[in-house]
Design a protein around this ligand. Sequence first.
Ligand SMILES: Nc1nc2c(ncn2[C@@H]2O[C@H](COP(=O)(O)OP(=O)(O)OP(=O)(O)O)[C@@H](O)[C@H]2O)c(=O)[nH]1
Length: 535
Amino acid sequence: MPLIRFVVRTDLRRLILMLTVASVLVTLGNSYFAVYNVQRQLLVENTLEANQRYAAKVAESAQMMLNSAQHTIAFSATLLAGSGRSEASAEDEVFRLVNQSELFNSAIVVNNQAQVVAAYPEGTVSKGYVLPENTRQSFYERAPLITNPFHSVSGHTIVSISHPIWGEHGNYLGYISGTIYLDENGSLSRLMREHFFTDHTYLYVVDEYGELLFHIDPKRVGENVAQMPLVQKAMSRTEGSEEGRNSKGIDMIAGYAPVHAANWGVVVQRPKEQVMASLNEQMSQVFWRSLPIVLLTLVVIWFMALLISRPLRQLARHAENVNDKDVQQQIVTVRSWYYEAAQLKMAVLNAIGLLNDKIHQLDADSQTDPLTSLVNRRGMQRLLDTFEANKQPFAILALDIDHFKNVNDRYGHDVGDLVIQHLALRMKAFLRDQDVACRVGGEEFLIFLPNTSAESAMCMAQSLCEHIASSEMPKVKRITVSIGVSCLVDHVSTQDMDRAIKQADTALYEAKNAGRNCVRSVALKDPLSVAETEV
Ligand SMILES: Nc1nc2c(ncn2[C@@H]2O[C@H](COP(=O)(O)OP(=O)(O)OP(=O)(O)O)[C@@H](O)[C@H]2O)c(=O)[nH]1
């Protein structure tokens, strides 16, 4: 099921690809279908027209042949009427009729007793032969006639073209007739065969009763096919064309035309399958010739889908890895060459920028004491990590407000908060840029002094203590602080730092015990040595 997987795990490139390929294939298929239908219709129409014209042409030829035969017979009848019924003249005439042209296969002269006076060539029918009843159509009609096909006594299927012979006083003397065999030796058959096509087109001729007078299969001559709709059309003495089926159930494209002189119909037809075969061949050529362009189009589509989807795909991939450090840099390198991608890129960059700002803000908030805006315990821990990583030497001042409980008790908790805020401001104003003050308890502070010696730290602590004591505070006017000092010069490890903080606390405790508003220090190397400095 690779196709289903392909569709389910879809992305923009695949969607564009599927959509455009489907569009191209549907459009192509539709074009092929439309061209096929138009060509098919054209081909059928052309074949119908060609077959109708062809049938008309053949019918015209047959008409001319029959007219010629009738004129020839009429002329012979006139000659015989003028010759005073001489048997010698009759024999000459039948001989001449058969030999002067290739129209007739045989000729006879019959007298008014239905008895043969002259026959050429002599065979079954010869002079003195009395015509049987079923072959006396010309005898009884006494008019120029083209008979229906019939089986002659000689065993041939024939049509007979006859003309009566009238005496000087209008008396009926008999008739002269020429016969045309409907088999391959007859003039009709020869004429039709001249028109025989080689592209599976063939023709046949029927009489007014639907009997075959000519067919490419000679065995079928004489067969009655009147029940076939096409033949009925051909028998209707009209010219036209239509699609139909032959007696074997094969679809045919046919044209038909009448031979008026004998009430015959000529049908020319071609199997539809043969017509369509040439169309299929044409369509196959169209397909193979257009295939390179189609393949080229598909390759271009694939390339364009890649080009269009690439910026969005890259943006989506970077958006997945939004936590990567250099994600913004990576997004900047995305080539967003069209409007939507450019807008999206800008939006993603803005969003990541805002997100980073927010994270930084939250990070800063999480490390900041909300009351004083000094660094809180969490921030202090990060500061210590940085010192440890950089092997940064520093001094520590542990600072605590003296008797702060009294402030709260006397002025209230809000005033206490205000005092703490003012103290923080004073400290910040007093300290250097590199120094960091942290609020680690209610009124307890740790101040870190990077790259500061114990002596300098002591001096700074002393000054700070004096500065606070001399500063005016809201409501309470004056407060004092006690400060413990320690220093960490080298071997900056977590343990060393913890120990240094504890020593600063110890020194602070000493300062409290010493009466407050003073500074005490503990040397790191010698925790027990506490330097006393009183303000
Ligand atoms: N207003 C206010 N008071 C606080 C805050 N945090 C702690 N306190 C108060 O600070 C006082 C600390 O009192 P103690 O620890 O007994 O120490 P002290 O009264 O300062 O006396 P010494 O430190 O021994 O000089 C307590 O009353 C606490 O309620 C705070 O954020 N705001």
